[in-house]
Ligand binder design. Structure first.
Ligand code: FEO
Length: 170
């Protein structure tokens, strides 16, 4: 049996991850409208990864005979001033998600829920990668974003990102 608080936090995380997918879908939409298809592709794949994260939390609860309760997904924040604001909102969001994962981990640690801690280990590592990716995007945009030719090349590079299913299998 999962501890009540751990259960609640894991269940809430399903919603948070679906919101992340929704947010990145909106980012993808923003770049598509600007004609930056590579950026749009990058965030579309990011949205797919977030959907996968949501399903992993969903599956984990079901595997532990814990009830899943699905809630409404918030409207993503939109109306960005420029591309850089989108990239920065992405990093800010990932830092927030890391804090949520850490909170669940801390709750599991408190009640010696080693199974949940082991499940979350993958997410701890994943969040590190996602923060790095978001930071790298900002750095590249700072370096190349103001030169049209360089922006074109960066857009091409981001267009090569392909979807891969998560390495965590439950
Ligand atoms: Fe699933 Fe980007 O956090």
């Amino acid at each position: 049996m999962l501890n009540k608080k751990v259960h609640e936090l894991l269940n809430t995380q399903i919603n948070k991850e679906f919101y992340s997918a929704y947010l990145y879908l909106d980012f993808s939409n923003y770049f598509k409208a600007k004609g930056l298809d590579g950026f749009a592709n990058w965030y579309m794949i990011q949205a797919q990864e977030e959907r996968d994260h949501a399903l992993l939390f969903y599956q984990y609860l079901q595997n532990n005979n814990a009830e899943v309760t699905l809630d409404a997904i918030d409207k993503p924040k939109c109306g960005f001033a420029d591309s850089m604001s989108v990239l920065k909102a992405g990093l800010e969001h990932e830092i927030y998600v890391t804090s949520l994962i850490n909170d669940i981990y801390a709750a599991a640690y408190e009640v010696k829920d080693f199974r949940t801690m082991q499940f979350l280990d993958w997410f701890v590592k994943e969040q590190g990668e996602e923060e790095t990716n978001a930071t790298d995007l900002i750095s590249k945009m700072e370096l190349f974003g103001s030169d049209p030719k360089s922006l074109y090349m960066l857009n091409q590079e981001l267009g090569t990102r392909v979807y891969a299913a998560p390495s965590l299998v439950l």
